[in-house]
Write a protein of this length. Structure first.
Length: 599
C-alpha cells in the first residue's frame, strides 16, 4: 500500500540478493581495489596530505569503507581532522567486519539522491523494481549516482550527464574485465524506462490510520526508520470497489446538498478492517485528506440500538408497548424538552419492535428517561463507543437521538458487537508487524468480552432486519432492503441535516456509511432523509459484497423463545424467563351492528 519513511526511504537487502553486475558496477566506479586494501589506499592518503599542506584543501578519493564510515558515523563537513577520523574508523571497521559485510552495509546506506538511501530504495525509486531485477544498463546508471546524486540524476534534468556517467561506469567495467565491450555497448544503447515519480500510495486514509496505530505501539522512529514489514487486514479489491461506490454515490446524490462521504467495512468475527474510505477523494486539495472515519460527529438515530439493547436487558420485550404521543420534560433554566418524530406525526401505542424498526423518536426518549442516560452511555462504551469515555458525567435525554458525537469506526464496531452476539472485540487492522530480521513484533489481544446477552443482541438484529416492521416509515422497497439477504440495518440523520448515516450488518460483514459536508454546512432540509444520501451508497456496497455470498441468518440463541399468536398469526421472540403477553394480537374492533344486537 505504501512505504513509510521520514526523510530517507530505507529498504535494506542482503548482499546475496544483489546481482553480481550491480556489485561489480559499484566496485568499478567507486573502489576497484576494495577486496585488496585494509580500509584506505595509502597513495590516496599521501595525495590528500600533500593537497592539504599545499593548498589547505581536503581531497576525497575515499574507499568504500571510508564512505560507509562517513555516512554512518561522521558529519558531512570537509575538514582535515574529520578525514583523519574517517581513516581511523575505516581501519577499525575493516578489522571488525568482513569485506562482504562492509559492502552490504555500504550498498544499503549510501545515498542515491533525494529520499533514496540504499540500492533497493534507489532501484524502486528510479525503475519501480527490486534490485534483484536490475539489468546491466540500469545497474550501471545507478552505480554512477552516489558520487554526486544531484548532478547525475536523470530525473533532475541531467539525463545527458547521467548517460555520460553511465558510459564511464561501463567502460571501467570493461577495463577491469568485469564485462565484455559488446555487453557494455549494448547496455549503453538501451533505452531506460524510469518509474513515475511521486509518492505511491493506495488506500491513503487507511494507510495513515495504520501509521498512527503503529507509531502509538512502536514509536515514530521505529516506524519511519526501522524497515518494518506490516501486513494488514485490508481487502484491496474491496477497498477499490468501495472507494468507487462512495465517490459515485456522493456525485449521484449531490442533489440533497452533500459533497462528501465515507465508508468502512469490518469483519465482525475478527475485528479486521476490510475497506476504509475516509472521503470521496484523498487528493482533493482543500479537505480530501481529512479522515471522516476518525471524526466525531452526531450519529442521529443510528445510536438507538444501544438504547433498545439496554431496555431489553432490563425487562422490556419486543412486544412491550410505549405510547407514541407528545411528551414534555422540564429543563432547568431552559424551555421544556419536547421530542418530535421525524415524520412530525404521532403513532399511538407501539411495540418496541415497531418503535425501533421505524425509528420513532418519542418512544426512544421515553425509554432513555426510564433507563437513565448515564446507563445508555455506559453500555455504549462497552459496545465499542470508546470516545464516550472522554465525556463528562452528565448525559441528557438527547443521547438516545444522537446528541453525543461518535466516530464512524467506533459506531460501526458497536454494530459489530451485535453481529457477534453481544461480544465486544476491538477493531484490529493489523495481521503482522515484522522487523528487518523477520521477527514478529505484534502482540495482538483478540480476547472477546461479552458485554450484551446474546439473546438481546439477536432480538436487536432480528428487529433491524425486519423489513415488514419498518415498512410503515420506510416502505417495503427502500434502499435498506436487499432482496434475498438477511441484513440488519439502521439509519441516522441529525436534526440540522449536517450528518446522514446508514449502518448495516450480517454475521460476516459490517458496513457503515456517512455523508455530509466537510465545512459542516447543512444538507437540503427537505430532501435529506434516512432514505437519501447514505442509504443508497450503503445499499450499493452491501449488495456488491453479498452478491455471490450465500444468505446468512442470525443464529437464534438457546435463551430465545418464539411465541406465535394463532388468532392472527403474529409472532414474536422473547428472552427465556421474560414476561410474555397472553396475546400478541390487538383485540378486533366489533362491528356496530353486532354490538347493538348484544346490547
Amino acid at each position: 500500500l505504501y512505504e513509510i519513511y521520514e526523510d530517507r526511504r530505507y529498504d535494506p537487502v542482503d548482499l546475496a540478493q544483489i546481482p553480481s553486475h550491480v556489485v561489480l558496477a559499484t566496485l568499478a566506479i567507486e573502489d576497484s581495489e576494495f577486496y585488496n586494501h585494509f580500509g584506505f589506499r595509502p597513495s590516496s592518503m599521501v595525495r590528500a596530505v600533500r593537497a592539504y599542506v599545499k593548498d589547505q584543501r581536503v581531497e576525497g578519493a575515499s574507499t568504500i569503507t571510508q564512505q560507509l564510515v562517513k555516512n554512518v558515523f561522521l558529519s558531512p563537513e570537509r575538514t582535515f581532522d574529520r578525514k583523519i577520523k574517517e581513516l581511523v574508523l575505516a581501519v577499525m571497521v575493516e578489522q571488525k567486519y568482513s569485506k562482504d559485510e562492509i559492502l552490504e552495509l555500504y550498498l544499503n546506506n549510501i545515498s542515491y539522491g533525494g529520499t533514496a538511501w540504499g540500492i533497493e530504495s534507489a532501484s524502486q525509486k528510479f525503475f519501480g523494481k527490486s534490485v534483484e531485477d536490475l539489468n546491466l544498463a540500469e545497474a550501471s546508471l545507478l552505480a554512477g549516482l552516489p558520487s554526486a546524486p544531484s548532478i547525475y540524476s536523470p530525473l533532475n534534468g541531467g539525463k545527458d550527464l547521467a548517460k555520460a556517467r553511465q558510459k564511464l561506469v561501463l567502460q571501467r567495467m570493461v577495463d577491469l574485465g568485469f564485462v565484455l565491450q559488446e555487453e557494455a555497448d549494448k547496455s549503453f544503447e538501451e533505452t531506460l524506462e524510469f518509474a513515475p515519480q511521486g509518492d505511491f500510495i493506495r488506500a491513503p486514509h487507511f494507510v495513515f490510520y495504520v501509521r498512527s496505530l503503529l507509531e502509538e505501539k512502536f514509536g515514530k522512529r521505529l516506524v519511519t526508520e526501522g524497515g518494518l514489514t506490516v501486513k494488514t487486514t485490508l481487502d484491496l479489491n474491496l477497498q477499490e470497489k468501495v472507494q468507487n461506490l462512495v465517490t459515485e454515490g456522493v456525485e449521484k446524490n449531490s442533489y440533497v446538498g452533500l459533497s462528501n462521504g465515507a465508508a468502512v467495512v469490518l469483519d465482525p468475527q475478527t475485528g479486521g478492517v476490510l475497506a476504509y474510505v475516509g472521503s470521496v477523494d484523498f487528493f482533493q486539495e482543500e479537505w480530501g485528506a481529512f479522515d471522516v472515519i476518525q471524526a466525531e460527529r452526531q450519529p442521529g438515530s443510528a445510536i438507538k440500538p444501544v438504547t433498545y439493547s439496554l431496555a431489553l436487558s432490563n425487562g422490556y420485550t419486543l412486544a412491550s408497548t410505549i405510547n407514541d404521543l407528545p411528551v414534555s420534560y422540564p429543563q432547568q433554566g431552559q424551555p421544556p424538552y419536547r421530542p418530535v418524530n421525524y415524520d412530525g406525526k404521532y403513532h399511538g401505542m407501539v411495540t418496541l419492535r415497531q418503535a425501533l424498526a421505524n425509528s420513532y423518536n418519542i418512544p426512544a426518549v421515553k425509554l432513555a428517561d426510564k433507563l437513565g442516560p448515564e446507563n445508555i452511555a455506559n453500555l455504549g462504551v462497552r459496545m465499542g463507543l470508546k470516545s464516550w469515555e472522554n465525556y463528562g458525567a452528565y448525559h441528557g435525554l438527547a443521547i438516545t437521538l444522537g446528541g453525543k458525537e461518535v466516530k464512524l469506526l467506533e459506531l460501526a464496531n458497536s454494530y459489530g458487537t451485535l453481529a457477534r452476539g453481544g461480544e465486544y472485540l476491538p477493531v484490529n487492522p493489523l495481521v503482522s508487524v515484522k522487523d528487518l530480521k523477520g521477527k514478529e513484533l505484534l502482540e495482538t489481544d483478540l480476547s472477546r468480552e461479552q458485554v450484551l446477552d446474546s439473546g438481546v443482541a439477536f432480538l436487536i438484529s432480528d428487529t433491524l432486519a425486519d423489513n415488514n416492521a419498518r415498512s410503515q416509515a420506510f416502505g417495503s422497497w427502500s434502499p435498506l432492503h436487499i432482496p434475498g439477504k438477511t441484513v440488519a440495518v439502521k439509519t441516522g440523520t441529525t436534526d440540522n441535516k449536517r450528518d446522514n448515516w446508514t449502518f448495516g450488518y450480517t454475521p460476516s460483514y459490517v458496513v457503515g456509511v456517512w455523508v455530509g459536508n466537510n465545512n459542516n454546512s447543512a444538507m437540503n432540509g427537505y430532501l435529506a432523509s434516512g432514505l437519501t444520501g447514505a442509504a443508497p451508497i450503503w445499499n450499493s456496497i452491501m449488495t456488491a459484497i453479498l452478491e455471490d455470498a450465500p444468505n446468512e441468518d442470525f443464529a437464534v440463541p438457546e435463551n430465545v423463545l418464539l411465541k406465535v399468536d394463532e388468532s392472527c398469526g403474529r409472532r414474536e421472540y422473547f428472552l427465556e424467563g421474560s414476561s410474555m403477553p397472553r396475546f400478541l394480537c390487538p383485540p378486533k374492533e366489533e362491528k356496530k351492528s353486532e354490538k347493538e344486537k348484544r346490547d
